[in-house]
Design a protein around this ligand. Structure first.
Ligand SMILES: C[S@@+](CC[C@H](N)C(=O)[O-])C[C@H]1O[C@@H](n2cnc3c(N)ncnc32)[C@H](O)[C@@H]1O
Length: 287
């Protein structure tokens, strides 16, 4: 007996005998193009598992100083404070009749990742004074500088001299950015460089075990009443043995029922997967 498949039993869509019977046989892959998941034909790679949350992205149009170009490849734009100046060689720019815009890459910036995940409140507005803890080379701080405009000021703190060297170059071309070499755990060391009346926003992105405690101490000391604290949490730096979701829950609980609930209220919260694995972004408002 032959083990060859019964070829005559296989349906051939081109065979006129099957025309108009029940339409063409659907493709096994649902008719999608054959490029691999996550890889676009133009070479743009989405992070593994990324699914575009189109309806969420539209919400971020309401963030002051931020424009989102929706479409197949959504892009977060800020108006370049220093048109014609390239702050980072890898930055993508976009020009239209309104001027020059810079594209904020959600894979390089937790603020960008939070916006892609639908952030609705950032606390930034034109003219804000911002204390930025963990400024590194100044990538995200330079976008904050675009958002708050020439009347605002970003105080960019980092404790690593190597990155502050690069940061100084970025600050030189942007008058509303000031570099500070200092340790976020020791606010006494930089208090004199901040405005006496405090700041409108404290933004923190540092990978420290006590990152929440450091954030609270800085907000308690420097954030104005009614001001916003933006905290990028890296769960693995807090406790590598615990589930990130449990760590995020504990931090939430602290702001809802702990001692800090008397002074702060959470106004936005996003988990940053798949742009930043095991990271979450909290926005709190000082009461
Ligand atoms: C993930 S990078 C920040 C990236 C930056 N926020 C951006 O998006 O462009 C974290 C930075 O925090 C800094 N850092 C960590 N602990 C710090 C501390 N206690 N005080 C000041 N800076 C700190 C590190 O030197 C590093 O440059």
């Amino acid at each position: 007996m032959s083990h060859q498949p019964n070829r005559s039993a296989r349906r051939n869509d081109r065979d006129p005998r099957y025309a108009n019977r029940d339409g063409p046989r659907p493709r096994q892959d649902g008719g999608r193009p054959s490029y691999r998941a996550g890889q676009r034909p133009n070479g743009y790679r989405q992070p593994a598992g990324y699914q575009r949350p189109a309806e969420e992205i539209k919400l971020s149009h309401t963030l002051p100083g931020i424009r989102v170009l929706d479409g197949r490849r959504p892009r977060i734009l800020t108006k370049n404070l220093v048109p014609g100046t390239i702050s980072f060689e890898y930055e993508e720019r976009y020009t239209d009749e309104q001027g020059e815009w810079r594209v904020l890459d959600p894979k390089r910036s937790k603020l960008g990742a939070a916006i892609m995940k639908g952030l609705q409140q950032s606390g930034f507005k034109e003219g804000s004074a911002v204390l930025y803890l963990g400024a590194s080379h100044g990538y995200t701080p330079s976008y904050v500088s675009d958002i708050i405009g020439p009347q605002g000021q970003v105080y960019c703190l980092d404790f690593a001299p190597r990155v502050v060297r690069d940061l100084v170059f970025v600050c030189e071309s942007r008058e509303n950015m000031a570099p500070i070499l200092g340790d976020a755990k020791q606010p006494d060391g930089y208090a004199a460089q901040l405005p006496a009346e405090g700041v409108d926003v404290v933004y923190q992105d540092i990978a420290q075990k006590d990152q929440v405690g450091i954030f609270l101490r800085n907000c308690d000391r420097f954030l104005k009443q009614g001001g916003y604290g933006l905290l990028a949490v890296k769960a693995r730096s807090i406790d590598v043995t615990r589930y990130p979701a449990d760590i995020f829950k504990d931090i939430k609980r602290g702001f809802e029922t702990g001692e800090e609930a008397k002074r702060y209220v959470i106004v936005d919260y996003r988990e940053l997967d798949p742009f930043e694995k095991d990271h979450a972004f909290f926005v709190v408002k000082k009461k």
